[in-house]
Design a protein around this ligand. Structure first.
Ligand code: SF4
Length: 254
């Protein structure tokens, strides 16, 4: 098979132009120049592959958000939930994490059951839903083809996640949904991957009485195959809630 044919076949299989992917060495130094507090940049186009894919998706779905998706919820919340990346017809359409897609059904239902969300259903930005003591973000802020960001894209987006996780107060918690979110959270916290291996239901202590909790991602695939059941997800939230209660800041006596 000739080079042109191989290239065309790869483009067909990947769904994007292979050479449009910037390597981490090119993009990460640019991101290091970001202010340490920048949790989001609506105009970020550093991942060429993702920016190109978003352009294509915008043509097919002109009403979709099709930009980096900002975190949702309170700044400096005691709980930060870290997902993987926006879903095509969910967060990428609505412009809010886990809003309008299957993965959001179990997440918002559970957040509401534990008092973190004002309602159990997230349909759109402007639906009136509020989060209390909680913030939701993604390891990668732009929609990746096939829901699979490249490692270089996870690294490129990591300074945004790092800025987000720096706001978690002492005694707070990070809940990573899936292995990619777990590893991205460790990197964002300046910890080596060897610090803690991903395992559903695990609790990993972090500096400052914080803790990192792991869960399988609440994706359609995982919930349909019952790799993650509502009971399993609630058990993770039981552990998160117990941690937050045990580490609640002392209230000064009147
Ligand atoms: S994934 Fe993150 S770093 Fe890459 S273009 Fe989107 S916002 Fe920028």
């Amino acid at each position: 098979m000739g080079a042109a044919r191989r290239r065309e076949r790869r483009r067909f299989l990947l769904g994007f132009e292979p050479d449009s992917t910037p390597d981490a060495a090119t993009i990460v130094p640019e991101l290091r120049a970001l202010p340490a507090t920048a949790t989001y940049d609506e105009d970020c186009r550093r991942c060429g592959r993702l920016a190109g894919f978003l352009r294509e998706v915008r043509v097919a779905h002109p009403t979709y958000w099709c930009r980096p998706v900002p975190p949702f919820g309170e700044t400096a919340a005691r709980l930060v939930v870290v997902g993987l990346a926006p879903g095509m017809h969910g967060a990428n359409a609505s412009g809010r994490p886990f809003t309008g897609d299957h993965a959001g059904i179990l997440l918002y239902e559970t957040l509401h059951a534990y008092g973190f969300a004002s309602g159990p259903v997230a349909t759109a930005r402007g639906d009136g839903l509020r989060l209390t003591g909680c913030r939701i973000t993604n390891a990668v802020k732009c929609l990746p083809p096939g829901n699979k960001p490249l490692p270089s894209e996870v690294r490129a987006c990591n300074p945004f996640l790092a800025a987000d996780l720096r706001t978690v107060p002492e005694g707070g918690a990070v809940l990573a949904l899936g292995r990619v979110a777990h590893e991205a959270s460790l990197r964002a916290l300046d910890l080596a991957a060897s610090h803690a291996a991903f395992a559903h239901g695990a609790r990993h202590p972090l500096p400052g009485r914080r803790a990192l909790f792991d869960s399988y991602h609440c994706s359609r695939y995982n919930t349909n195959t019952r790799r993650l059941t509502p009971a399993m997800f609630r058990a993770v939230f039981d552990a998160v809630a117990a941690h937050l209660a045990a580490e609640a800041p002392a209230v000064a006596a009147a």
